[in-house]
Ligand binder design. Structure first.
Ligand code: XIL
Length: 388
Protein backbone atom coordinates (compact mmCIF):
# COMPACT_ATOMS: atom_id res chain seq x y z
CA UNK A 1 0.00 0.00 0.00
CA UNK A 2 1.14 3.45 -0.80
CA UNK A 3 2.01 5.61 2.16
CA UNK A 4 -0.38 8.52 2.19
CA UNK A 5 0.16 12.09 3.28
CA UNK A 6 -2.41 12.22 6.02
CA UNK A 7 -1.39 15.67 7.09
CA UNK A 8 -4.73 16.55 8.38
CA UNK A 9 -7.78 14.63 9.32
CA UNK A 10 -9.48 17.77 10.41
CA UNK A 11 -8.52 21.19 11.51
CA UNK A 12 -9.74 20.34 15.01
CA UNK A 13 -7.55 17.30 15.21
CA UNK A 14 -4.61 19.27 13.94
CA UNK A 15 -5.10 21.99 16.52
CA UNK A 16 -4.99 19.42 19.29
CA UNK A 17 -1.89 17.86 17.77
CA UNK A 18 -0.27 21.27 17.55
CA UNK A 19 -0.74 21.84 21.22
CA UNK A 20 0.66 18.45 22.06
CA UNK A 21 3.56 18.42 19.65
CA UNK A 22 4.73 21.99 19.84
CA UNK A 23 5.59 24.28 17.00
CA UNK A 24 9.15 23.10 16.59
CA UNK A 25 8.06 19.67 15.41
CA UNK A 26 5.47 21.12 13.12
CA UNK A 27 7.96 23.22 11.29
CA UNK A 28 9.73 20.13 10.03
CA UNK A 29 7.25 17.49 9.17
CA UNK A 30 3.64 17.57 10.21
CA UNK A 31 2.01 14.21 10.39
CA UNK A 32 4.97 12.11 9.28
CA UNK A 33 6.26 9.33 11.42
CA UNK A 34 9.44 9.14 9.35
CA UNK A 35 12.31 11.59 9.28
CA UNK A 36 11.93 15.07 7.86
CA UNK A 37 12.97 15.14 4.24
CA UNK A 38 13.27 18.91 3.91
CA UNK A 39 15.27 19.98 6.93
CA UNK A 40 17.98 18.53 9.09
CA UNK A 41 20.35 15.63 8.71
CA UNK A 42 18.14 13.55 6.42
CA UNK A 43 17.62 16.39 3.97
CA UNK A 44 17.62 15.46 0.32
CA UNK A 45 16.80 18.12 -2.22
CA UNK A 46 13.52 17.84 -4.07
CA UNK A 47 15.31 17.58 -7.41
CA UNK A 48 17.18 14.47 -6.21
CA UNK A 49 14.08 12.76 -4.82
CA UNK A 50 12.33 13.51 -8.10
CA UNK A 51 15.23 12.35 -10.28
CA UNK A 52 15.36 9.02 -8.47
CA UNK A 53 11.89 8.36 -9.88
CA UNK A 54 12.59 9.66 -13.39
CA UNK A 55 10.96 13.01 -12.65
CA UNK A 56 12.24 16.54 -13.11
CA UNK A 57 11.41 19.02 -10.36
CA UNK A 58 11.60 22.72 -11.15
CA UNK A 59 10.54 26.21 -10.15
CA UNK A 60 10.01 29.65 -11.62
CA UNK A 61 12.74 32.25 -11.36
CA UNK A 62 13.21 35.76 -12.73
CA UNK A 63 16.19 37.77 -13.92
CA UNK A 64 15.59 40.18 -11.03
CA UNK A 65 15.77 37.34 -8.52
CA UNK A 66 18.92 35.95 -10.17
CA UNK A 67 20.72 39.26 -9.87
CA UNK A 68 19.13 40.51 -6.65
CA UNK A 69 18.35 37.66 -4.27
CA UNK A 70 21.36 35.43 -3.86
CA UNK A 71 19.94 33.67 -0.84
CA UNK A 72 16.94 32.62 -2.91
CA UNK A 73 19.17 31.62 -5.82
CA UNK A 74 21.11 29.32 -3.47
CA UNK A 75 17.85 27.63 -2.50
CA UNK A 76 16.86 27.21 -6.15
CA UNK A 77 20.25 25.71 -6.97
CA UNK A 78 19.93 23.29 -4.10
CA UNK A 79 16.34 22.21 -4.72
CA UNK A 80 15.55 22.51 -8.42
CA UNK A 81 16.62 20.59 -11.51
CA UNK A 82 14.83 22.98 -13.87
CA UNK A 83 13.86 26.62 -14.04
CA UNK A 84 11.26 28.52 -15.99
CA UNK A 85 11.07 32.28 -16.38
CA UNK A 86 7.94 33.40 -14.54
CA UNK A 87 7.42 36.38 -16.85
CA UNK A 88 10.70 37.29 -18.58
CA UNK A 89 10.06 35.27 -21.76
CA UNK A 90 6.47 36.43 -22.30
CA UNK A 91 6.02 38.33 -25.53
CA UNK A 92 4.34 41.51 -24.26
CA UNK A 93 6.71 41.67 -21.29
CA UNK A 94 9.73 41.58 -23.62
CA UNK A 95 8.25 43.96 -26.17
CA UNK A 96 8.96 47.68 -25.68
CA UNK A 97 5.92 48.90 -27.58
CA UNK A 98 6.77 48.61 -31.23
CA UNK A 99 6.99 45.64 -33.51
CA UNK A 100 10.39 43.98 -33.41
CA UNK A 101 11.63 45.97 -30.42
CA UNK A 102 11.96 43.14 -27.93
CA UNK A 103 14.28 43.21 -24.92
CA UNK A 104 15.97 39.84 -24.61
CA UNK A 105 18.06 40.88 -21.60
CA UNK A 106 16.03 39.33 -18.76
CA UNK A 107 15.20 36.23 -20.82
CA UNK A 108 18.90 35.80 -21.62
CA UNK A 109 19.73 36.12 -17.93
CA UNK A 110 17.39 33.26 -17.06
CA UNK A 111 18.64 31.08 -19.94
CA UNK A 112 22.28 31.73 -19.05
CA UNK A 113 21.56 30.94 -15.41
CA UNK A 114 20.11 27.57 -16.41
CA UNK A 115 23.02 26.82 -18.73
CA UNK A 116 25.74 27.83 -16.25
CA UNK A 117 24.21 25.80 -13.48
CA UNK A 118 23.37 22.76 -15.52
CA UNK A 119 19.64 23.14 -14.97
CA UNK A 120 17.00 22.19 -17.51
CA UNK A 121 15.03 25.13 -18.88
CA UNK A 122 11.33 25.43 -19.75
CA UNK A 123 10.38 28.05 -22.27
CA UNK A 124 7.26 29.91 -21.14
CA UNK A 125 5.62 30.91 -23.38
CA UNK A 126 5.47 31.67 -27.10
CA UNK A 127 1.82 32.60 -27.63
CA UNK A 128 -0.55 33.64 -24.84
CA UNK A 129 -3.60 35.82 -25.43
CA UNK A 130 -2.90 37.54 -22.07
CA UNK A 131 0.62 38.60 -22.96
CA UNK A 132 0.47 39.62 -26.60
CA UNK A 133 1.95 43.01 -27.52
CA UNK A 134 -0.62 45.72 -28.19
CA UNK A 135 0.67 46.36 -31.73
CA UNK A 136 -0.32 42.81 -32.72
CA UNK A 137 -3.99 43.57 -32.05
CA UNK A 138 -3.84 46.36 -34.63
CA UNK A 139 -2.66 44.16 -37.50
CA UNK A 140 -5.30 43.11 -40.00
CA UNK A 141 -3.82 41.42 -43.07
CA UNK A 142 -3.62 37.67 -42.56
CA UNK A 143 -0.14 37.52 -44.05
CA UNK A 144 1.11 40.11 -41.54
CA UNK A 145 -0.59 38.40 -38.61
CA UNK A 146 1.04 35.11 -39.56
CA UNK A 147 4.39 36.68 -40.28
CA UNK A 148 4.45 38.28 -36.84
CA UNK A 149 3.74 34.98 -35.07
CA UNK A 150 6.25 33.06 -37.14
CA UNK A 151 8.87 35.76 -36.65
CA UNK A 152 8.40 35.80 -32.90
CA UNK A 153 8.55 32.01 -32.57
CA UNK A 154 11.60 31.75 -34.81
CA UNK A 155 13.36 34.49 -32.86
CA UNK A 156 12.68 32.95 -29.45
CA UNK A 157 13.06 29.28 -30.27
CA UNK A 158 16.06 30.01 -32.47
CA UNK A 159 17.83 32.14 -29.86
CA UNK A 160 17.56 29.43 -27.21
CA UNK A 161 17.85 26.44 -29.56
CA UNK A 162 19.43 23.46 -27.85
CA UNK A 163 18.87 24.99 -24.42
CA UNK A 164 15.16 24.51 -23.89
CA UNK A 165 13.79 21.21 -22.65
CA UNK A 166 10.16 22.12 -23.39
CA UNK A 167 8.42 25.10 -24.91
CA UNK A 168 4.90 26.17 -23.99
CA UNK A 169 4.05 26.93 -27.60
CA UNK A 170 0.46 27.96 -26.97
CA UNK A 171 -0.68 28.88 -23.48
CA UNK A 172 -4.30 28.44 -22.41
CA UNK A 173 -5.90 27.81 -25.83
CA UNK A 174 -9.22 26.41 -24.59
CA UNK A 175 -12.24 28.14 -23.08
CA UNK A 176 -15.45 26.18 -23.53
CA UNK A 177 -17.38 29.08 -22.00
CA UNK A 178 -16.62 31.11 -25.12
CA UNK A 179 -19.28 28.98 -26.78
CA UNK A 180 -17.49 27.61 -29.85
CA UNK A 181 -18.27 24.01 -30.75
CA UNK A 182 -14.56 23.11 -30.62
CA UNK A 183 -14.18 24.71 -27.17
CA UNK A 184 -11.27 26.88 -28.30
CA UNK A 185 -10.72 30.21 -26.61
CA UNK A 186 -11.88 33.18 -28.55
CA UNK A 187 -8.62 35.02 -27.91
CA UNK A 188 -6.65 37.29 -30.20
CA UNK A 189 -5.01 34.54 -32.25
CA UNK A 190 -8.20 32.63 -32.86
CA UNK A 191 -10.16 35.77 -33.67
CA UNK A 192 -7.59 36.93 -36.18
CA UNK A 193 -6.51 33.63 -37.73
CA UNK A 194 -8.96 30.90 -36.78
CA UNK A 195 -7.85 27.54 -35.32
CA UNK A 196 -5.03 27.23 -37.88
CA UNK A 197 -2.85 29.46 -35.71
CA UNK A 198 -2.17 26.41 -33.54
CA UNK A 199 -0.71 24.42 -36.38
CA UNK A 200 1.35 27.37 -37.61
CA UNK A 201 2.80 27.93 -34.14
CA UNK A 202 3.70 24.30 -33.46
CA UNK A 203 5.11 23.69 -36.95
CA UNK A 204 7.29 26.78 -36.68
CA UNK A 205 8.57 25.79 -33.25
CA UNK A 206 9.36 22.25 -34.44
CA UNK A 207 11.23 23.46 -37.50
CA UNK A 208 13.22 25.94 -35.44
CA UNK A 209 14.32 23.56 -32.68
CA UNK A 210 13.50 19.93 -33.47
CA UNK A 211 14.87 18.78 -30.10
CA UNK A 212 12.56 20.87 -27.90
CA UNK A 213 9.44 19.20 -26.60
CA UNK A 214 6.38 21.17 -27.64
CA UNK A 215 3.65 21.77 -25.08
CA UNK A 216 0.00 22.80 -24.96
CA UNK A 217 -0.40 24.31 -21.47
CA UNK A 218 -3.75 24.92 -19.77
CA UNK A 219 -5.55 25.24 -16.42
CA UNK A 220 -8.65 24.13 -14.47
CA UNK A 221 -8.24 20.50 -15.41
CA UNK A 222 -7.73 18.98 -11.97
CA UNK A 223 -11.05 19.01 -10.15
CA UNK A 224 -14.18 16.93 -10.19
CA UNK A 225 -16.72 19.47 -11.44
CA UNK A 226 -18.84 19.51 -14.61
CA UNK A 227 -17.02 22.65 -15.82
CA UNK A 228 -13.60 21.08 -15.46
CA UNK A 229 -14.86 17.84 -16.98
CA UNK A 230 -15.88 19.87 -20.03
CA UNK A 231 -12.44 21.47 -20.10
CA UNK A 232 -10.79 18.04 -19.93
CA UNK A 233 -12.90 16.70 -22.79
CA UNK A 234 -12.25 19.84 -24.81
CA UNK A 235 -8.51 19.55 -24.33
CA UNK A 236 -8.49 15.85 -25.21
CA UNK A 237 -10.46 16.60 -28.38
CA UNK A 238 -8.09 19.41 -29.32
CA UNK A 239 -5.05 17.20 -28.86
CA UNK A 240 -6.62 14.43 -30.92
CA UNK A 241 -7.42 16.88 -33.70
CA UNK A 242 -3.86 18.22 -33.61
CA UNK A 243 -2.45 14.73 -33.85
CA UNK A 244 -4.77 13.78 -36.71
CA UNK A 245 -3.70 16.79 -38.71
CA UNK A 246 -0.01 16.17 -38.04
CA UNK A 247 0.53 19.17 -35.76
CA UNK A 248 3.67 18.38 -33.76
CA UNK A 249 2.63 18.34 -30.10
CA UNK A 250 4.57 16.27 -27.56
CA UNK A 251 3.42 17.28 -24.11
CA UNK A 252 0.36 18.45 -22.19
CA UNK A 253 1.08 20.99 -19.47
CA UNK A 254 -1.36 20.96 -16.57
CA UNK A 255 -0.97 24.17 -14.63
CA UNK A 256 -2.48 23.03 -11.30
CA UNK A 257 -3.16 26.21 -9.38
CA UNK A 258 -4.95 24.64 -6.41
CA UNK A 259 -6.75 26.01 -3.35
CA UNK A 260 -6.36 24.26 -0.01
CA UNK A 261 -9.84 24.97 1.35
CA UNK A 262 -13.27 25.83 0.04
CA UNK A 263 -12.32 24.92 -3.51
CA UNK A 264 -14.03 22.47 -5.88
CA UNK A 265 -14.12 18.75 -4.99
CA UNK A 266 -11.11 16.65 -5.92
CA UNK A 267 -11.34 13.07 -7.14
CA UNK A 268 -8.09 11.13 -7.34
CA UNK A 269 -9.68 8.49 -9.56
CA UNK A 270 -11.08 11.11 -11.95
CA UNK A 271 -7.67 12.76 -12.23
CA UNK A 272 -5.94 9.44 -12.78
CA UNK A 273 -8.40 8.59 -15.54
CA UNK A 274 -7.79 11.89 -17.31
CA UNK A 275 -4.02 11.49 -17.09
CA UNK A 276 -4.33 7.95 -18.44
CA UNK A 277 -6.39 9.27 -21.37
CA UNK A 278 -3.67 11.81 -22.16
CA UNK A 279 -1.02 9.12 -21.86
CA UNK A 280 -3.14 6.97 -24.21
CA UNK A 281 -2.60 9.60 -26.90
CA UNK A 282 1.13 8.97 -26.62
CA UNK A 283 1.74 12.35 -24.98
CA UNK A 284 3.82 13.03 -21.92
CA UNK A 285 2.46 15.17 -19.12
CA UNK A 286 4.05 17.98 -17.15
CA UNK A 287 2.64 19.61 -14.03
CA UNK A 288 3.73 23.09 -14.97
CA UNK A 289 2.57 25.68 -12.42
CA UNK A 290 1.73 23.93 -9.16
CA UNK A 291 0.86 26.09 -6.17
CA UNK A 292 -1.74 25.88 -3.41
CA UNK A 293 -3.43 29.07 -2.27
CA UNK A 294 -5.03 29.49 1.14
CA UNK A 295 -7.64 32.20 0.55
CA UNK A 296 -10.36 30.30 2.39
CA UNK A 297 -8.25 28.84 5.18
CA UNK A 298 -8.06 30.11 8.77
CA UNK A 299 -5.36 32.72 9.40
CA UNK A 300 -3.37 30.54 11.83
CA UNK A 301 -0.24 29.73 9.78
CA UNK A 302 0.18 26.31 11.34
CA UNK A 303 -3.29 25.27 10.30
CA UNK A 304 -2.88 26.85 6.87
CA UNK A 305 0.46 25.20 6.25
CA UNK A 306 -1.07 21.84 7.08
CA UNK A 307 -4.01 22.35 4.77
CA UNK A 308 -1.73 23.51 1.97
CA UNK A 309 0.55 20.50 2.48
CA UNK A 310 -2.42 18.17 2.47
CA UNK A 311 -3.57 19.55 -0.89
CA UNK A 312 -0.09 19.05 -2.36
CA UNK A 313 -0.13 15.45 -1.09
CA UNK A 314 -3.54 14.59 -2.41
CA UNK A 315 -2.83 15.98 -5.83
CA UNK A 316 0.69 14.60 -6.25
CA UNK A 317 -0.08 11.16 -4.80
CA UNK A 318 -2.71 10.73 -7.52
CA UNK A 319 -0.88 12.46 -10.38
CA UNK A 320 2.45 10.71 -9.90
CA UNK A 321 0.81 7.29 -10.21
CA UNK A 322 0.68 8.03 -13.94
CA UNK A 323 4.02 7.13 -15.51
CA UNK A 324 3.48 9.64 -18.34
CA UNK A 325 3.89 12.46 -15.81
CA UNK A 326 7.55 13.39 -16.18
CA UNK A 327 7.86 16.79 -14.55
CA UNK A 328 6.58 18.79 -11.59
CA UNK A 329 7.17 22.54 -11.53
CA UNK A 330 6.00 24.66 -8.63
CA UNK A 331 5.07 28.24 -9.52
CA UNK A 332 7.79 29.56 -7.26
CA UNK A 333 9.79 27.91 -4.52
CA UNK A 334 9.40 30.25 -1.56
CA UNK A 335 6.52 32.41 -0.38
CA UNK A 336 9.05 35.26 -0.67
CA UNK A 337 8.41 35.26 -4.43
CA UNK A 338 4.87 34.25 -5.36
CA UNK A 339 2.45 35.92 -7.75
CA UNK A 340 -0.33 35.30 -5.22
CA UNK A 341 1.57 36.87 -2.34
CA UNK A 342 2.39 39.83 -4.59
CA UNK A 343 -1.34 40.05 -5.41
CA UNK A 344 -0.86 40.73 -9.13
CA UNK A 345 -3.81 38.99 -10.79
CA UNK A 346 -6.52 36.48 -9.84
CA UNK A 347 -7.97 38.46 -6.96
CA UNK A 348 -10.22 35.54 -5.99
CA UNK A 349 -7.10 33.76 -4.77
CA UNK A 350 -5.92 36.55 -2.48
CA UNK A 351 -6.62 36.51 1.24
CA UNK A 352 -9.01 39.25 2.24
CA UNK A 353 -7.66 39.68 5.80
CA UNK A 354 -4.33 41.21 4.82
CA UNK A 355 -2.38 38.18 6.05
CA UNK A 356 0.20 37.08 3.44
CA UNK A 357 -0.63 33.84 1.60
CA UNK A 358 1.62 30.80 2.07
CA UNK A 359 1.26 28.81 -1.17
CA UNK A 360 4.77 27.39 -1.79
CA UNK A 361 7.13 24.78 -0.29
CA UNK A 362 9.41 27.26 1.52
CA UNK A 363 8.41 30.20 3.70
CA UNK A 364 9.49 33.83 3.14
CA UNK A 365 12.63 33.15 5.22
CA UNK A 366 13.39 30.20 2.94
CA UNK A 367 12.66 27.67 5.67
CA UNK A 368 10.94 24.46 4.56
CA UNK A 369 7.24 24.19 5.26
CA UNK A 370 5.02 21.12 5.56
CA UNK A 371 4.32 21.62 1.84
CA UNK A 372 7.96 20.79 1.17
CA UNK A 373 7.61 17.61 3.21
CA UNK A 374 4.47 16.74 1.28
CA UNK A 375 6.19 17.14 -2.09
CA UNK A 376 9.29 15.28 -0.90
CA UNK A 377 7.22 12.35 0.34
CA UNK A 378 5.13 12.29 -2.83
CA UNK A 379 8.35 12.05 -4.87
CA UNK A 380 9.88 9.45 -2.58
CA UNK A 381 6.74 7.29 -2.74
CA UNK A 382 6.05 7.72 -6.46
CA UNK A 383 6.55 4.77 -8.77
CA UNK A 384 9.67 5.00 -10.91
CA UNK A 385 9.34 5.89 -14.57
CA UNK A 386 11.49 6.37 -17.65
CA UNK A 387 12.59 10.01 -17.78
CA UNK A 388 11.00 12.04 -20.57
C1 XIL B 1 1.55 34.84 -13.91
C2 XIL B 1 2.77 35.39 -13.18
O1 XIL B 1 3.09 34.52 -12.12
C3 XIL B 1 2.47 36.77 -12.65
O2 XIL B 1 3.67 37.33 -12.11
C4 XIL B 1 1.91 37.65 -13.74
O3 XIL B 1 1.48 38.88 -13.17
C5 XIL B 1 0.75 37.00 -14.47
O4 XIL B 1 1.15 35.73 -14.92
N1 XIL B 1 -0.89 30.92 -15.98
C6 XIL B 1 0.31 31.06 -16.62
C7 XIL B 1 1.38 31.90 -16.02
O5 XIL B 1 0.52 30.39 -17.63
O6 XIL B 1 2.19 32.52 -16.98
C8 XIL B 1 0.81 32.92 -15.09
O7 XIL B 1 1.89 33.60 -14.47
C9 XIL B 1 -0.11 32.28 -14.10
C10 XIL B 1 -1.29 31.63 -14.78
Amino acid sequence: MKRRGGYLLSVGLERRRVLAAGLATLATGVGWSGPSRCDGAETEPLRKLAAEKGLIYGTTISAAQITGDHEFVDLVLRQAGLVVAENDMKWSIMNRGTRGDDDYGPADTVAAFALENNLALRGHNLLWHHRTPSWYFKLNARSELERAIVGHIQAMVGRYRGMVHSWDVVNEPIEPKDGRSDGLRNGVFLEKLGPDYLDLAFQTARETDPAARLVVNDYDLEFDTPEQETRRTTLLNLLERMQRSGTPVDVVGIETHLSCAGGPPFSASRLRRFLAELAGLGLTIQITELDVTDENAPADPVVRDSLVADAYSRFLDAALDEAAVKMVVTWGLSDRHSWIVRQETHEAKWRSDGVPSRPLPFDPDLKPKPACEAIAHAFANAPGRAPG
